[in-house]
Design a protein around this ligand. Structure first.
Ligand code: UD1
Length: 420
């Protein structure tokens, strides 16, 4: 296992290009199971999670090629409807092969993904929606066995205790595209990645409207064809670079950004005193010496993303004043608090809240990454800290940030890897 070493205190300067969105590409790759025809997906980020999904597709009988950001998925000789525990357990997003497999083969056997460090993460909403379409669902030895001779369109309310669910919306949408008649999903997730999946499905011949809003309507069709699609830019990566520029008092041009997808973050940063200039698909971020502490509450899109909570906490830990950060999606997603405190931060956790008292400067320390976004938070903290920070279990970072080390180096950061 590798650890990432960061020599902090360097202002980031230069240009960085955002990669395709991880949370778009994973369900889009799963959607290729809905056809035997060939699909071409462009702007695919080279990530550990992408490789995991490609492995699953291969195990289900697809022939997959991945080269220079382009993935071609074609039908193999023999297909399977069984997604194995070993593959599904590596990544929760792999559970969204359930919908396409069931639609296509009238049955699916998919391992339950299990919990993870950021919380329990149940799949009840996925199952509720798929059942409503007429599937029989059994749980046996850690696997979901889903069967349906015919899926039938219906009205489904998909809201849960923590609001809408991204992957449940994806799964139900992919179950409904080949169902008989019309399906209406209410309280659907509005995330841009759900919209991107729906746009890809429509290119394949699906009839979906309302994507990006809480009500999605799907008119079932008989079959889907192959399609070509470019994945949207990763809004969480873009947002992470914005914080990287701010926390190092740097001067960074971030390219390939969809400004519209960053509304909640840009609004909060505005409240903190940050001025962002946008030109086309680029953002120019110049460091601000004095920012103001702001309170943050994570919510489903278009609210402040839970996937940016940890990175924003890193910024608030070195911003004058007190910031209250409330996590409404995953109330236990605070593994980074203890690590930031090891670097000198003053953060106190109270249930789903973290109270951050900004200090002048963090100091480098050995810390441990616990999950993907917590790793990004520690990288940001390390960039801002005095001295050396050594982040162990850095493989988490490779799940969601393409070429992060070389992108950091191009911006002037001093980072390198060492064996644990
Ligand atoms: C997706 C994102 C992840 C992001 C999360 C929330 C992907 C691949 N991952 O994960 O990066 O952090 O959205 O924006 O797109 N829930 C239930 N029952 C369910 C499903 C979810 O109660 O059946 C709860 C979850 O525990 C959580 C909330 O709903 O509290 C939202 O989770 P969800 O949107 O489903 O997250 P994912 O789609 O797994």
């Amino acid at each position: 296992m590798d650890k990432l070493i960061i020599q902090g205190g360097i202002r980031l300067k230069g240009e960085v290009k955002v990669s395709g969105a991880k949370n778009s590409v994973l369900p889009i790759l799963a959607a290729t199971l809905l056809t035997d025809e060939t699909c071409l997906i462009k702007d695919v980020p080279h990530l550990r999670d992408t490789n995991s999904m490609l492995k699953i597709l291969r195990s289900l009988g697809k022939i997959v090629e991945f080269d220079k950001g382009r993935v071609i998925v074609a039908a193999g000789k023999k297909s399977s409807y069984i997604a194995d525990y070993k593959l599904v357990s590596t990544m929760r997003a792999s559970f969204c092969v359930l919908g396409p497999l069931l639609s296509r083969f009238k049955q699916a056997k998919v391992s339950l993904p299990g919990g993870c460090v950021i919380g329990v993460r149940p799949v009840d909403l996925h199952l509720k929606g798929i059942k409503a379409l007429g599937a029989d669902i059994q749980i046996d030895s850690g696997y979901i066995l889903a069967k349906a001779a015919k899926l039938k369109g219906t009205h489904i309310y998909l809201g849960g205790a923590f609001g809408s669910s991204v992957l449940a919306t994806d799964n139900v949408m992919m179950s409904a595209v080949l169902a008989q008649g019309k399906t209406v999903i209410e309280s659907a997730a509005c995330e841009p990645e759900v919209e991107d999946l729906a746009n890809f499905l429509n290119k394949m011949g699906a009839k979906i409207t309302g994507q990006g809003s809480p009500t999605i309507e799907i008119e079932g069709v008989k079959s889907l064809r192959g399609a070509t699609h470019s994945v949207i830019p990763d809004r969480i990566e873009a947002a992470t670079w914005i914080i990287a520029a701010l926390i190092t008092n740097g001067d960074v041009l971030i390219k390939n950004v969809n400004y519209r997808h960053l509304g909640a973050l840009i609004d909060k940063l505005g409240e903190a005193g940050v001025k962002i200039s946008q030109k086309g698909d680029s953002l120019h971020i110049k460091g601000h010496k004095r920012l103001k502490a702001v309170n943050i509450t994570t919510l489903p899109y278009p609210g402040f993303p839970t996937d940016m909570q940890a990175q924003m906490m890193a910024l608030m830990s070195v911003t004058d004043g007190i910031s209250v950060i409330t996590e409404k999606i995953y109330p236990d997603r605070f593994m980074h608090v203890a690590e930031l405190n090891r670097m000198g931060a003053h953060i106190q956790r109270e249930g789903p809240h973290a109270i951050v008292e900004g200090i002048k400067r963090l100091s480098g320390a050995p810390v441990m990454a616990s999950d993907l976004r917590a790793s990004a938070c520690l990288v940001l903290a390390g960039l801002a800290a005095s001295g050396k920070t050594a982040i162990s279990r850095i493989y988490h970072l490779e799940r969601g940030y393409e070429n992060i080390e070389s992108k950091l180096k191009d911006l002037g950061a001093k980072v390198w890897r060492e064996k644990e």
